[in-house]
Design a protein around this ligand. Structure first.
Ligand code: UDP
Ligand code: MG
Length: 313
């Protein structure tokens, strides 16, 4: 089995590729790793694929996939993970912002220190301070709170995984930002961090803009929700719906008793209508739970569990 698979998603990165591959090859040859580079061209519209083909002819370690159109970084990683066959899988951006010199230490942390996942931490970052660095800090703080994973830089493109981790998780949509969360939910707890060198983008432009913070936040909520209630949605909707209904019911009960005592018509009180609305909301929430249960019951992976070990089977 190969020591390392380096998975590289790329979208319009023609200028960076030759230097990147040459650098990776230099580092891996120096350390005598048996390695492969899995490049996923995410529907580039420049010459990236031509460059990849030329490089593949020169470096036998290169394997490559070309998407017919641009799907996004997560789908690219998903295909890359499927193809990767190394003991340790390292992901890296194609834009030369991540340094291949980090590979040996990342590899060592997985194989010797026993980490399941090591995430890079761009402690000193060479991106625009206002549009990237500051929001990213804030965002990571929220992320740490909600997910409970103590990483400074959750979304760093440079990460190393034990093979089993990437084969256990499914990166989809834009979930590449939350691979550590997905890994944790799959039962991998040894998640480490390594300060990595970050470099300014030499060629091309960033592919992610402002909207990534909104999408990222919504995705974080989804990840948390699916992992906790994905297999038993009624536990959330049922409890929440019952609670909301009860609030409305108690209010109404109070109003009715009040009416019996003081004889003011119920319909003269705004609270009456508010309570009715609350009760309806609660009921709807409750029934959403039933619908969600029906959906889960039909999901093809409803009985897919990750097993750690088996004996005699
Ligand atoms: N990328 C991709 N598909 C996309 C957008 C980006 O494969 O739809 C790749 C891109 O080529 C790069 C990596 O994902 O290798 C990170 O993108 P970028 O450097 O633009 O992100 P930033 O460093 O600005 O956060
Ligand atoms: Mg970049």
């Amino acid at each position: 089995m190969l020591d390392i698979s380096i998975v590289i998603p790329l979208y319009n990165e023609e200028e960076s590729l030759p230097e990147l591959v040459e650098w990776i090859d230099r580092v891996c040859t120096e350390h005598k790793y048996a390695y492969e580079v899995v490049m996923i061209d995410d529907g580039s519209r420049d010459n990236s694929w031509e460059v990849v083909k030329q490089l593949a002819a020169k470096y036998p370690a290169i394997k490559a996939i070309k998407f017919q159109r641009n799907y996004g970084k997560s789908p690219a990683l998903y295909e890359g993970f499927k193809a990767a066959s190394g003991k340790v899988v390292i992901t890296m951006d194609a834009d030369l912002q991540d340094s291949p010199d980090e590979i040996p230490e990342l590899y060592r942390m997985i194989t010797e220190d026993g980490y399941d996942l090591v995430s890079g931490w761009k402690k000193v970052r060479y991106d625009n301070a206002v549009t990237k660095n500051l929001p990213s800090k804030l965002y990571n703080a929220v992320n740490r709170r909600i997910s409970g994973i103590k990483l400074h830089d959750m979304n760093c493109g440079l990460k190393a995984y034990r093979r089993k981790v990437i084969k256990s998780i499914e990166v989809y949509g834009e979930m590449h930002r939350f691979i550590p969360v997905l890994a944790k939910h799959a039962g991998f707890n040894r998640i480490g961090e390594k300060v990595v060198q970050h470099r300014p983008r030499k060629y091309g432009a960033s592919k992610f803009g402002w909207e990534r913070f909104i999408n990222g936040f919504l995705d974080l909520l989804s990840v948390q929700f699916v992992s906790r209630f994905g297999k038993k949605p009624m536990h959330l909707f049922g409890a929440l719906g019952s609670f909301i209904f009860l609030v409305g019911f108690i209010l109404i009960a109070y109003l009715v008793i009040d009416k019996l005592n003081n004889n003011i018509p119920l319909t003269n009180k705004p609270v009456f209508y508010i309570s009715l609305t609350i009760m309806i909301l609660g009921t709807m929430c409750f029934f959403t739970g039933f619908v969600a249960e029906l959906v889960v019951r039909n999901a093809s992976d409803r009985n897919a569990y990750l097993t750690e070990e088996k004996i005699g089977l």
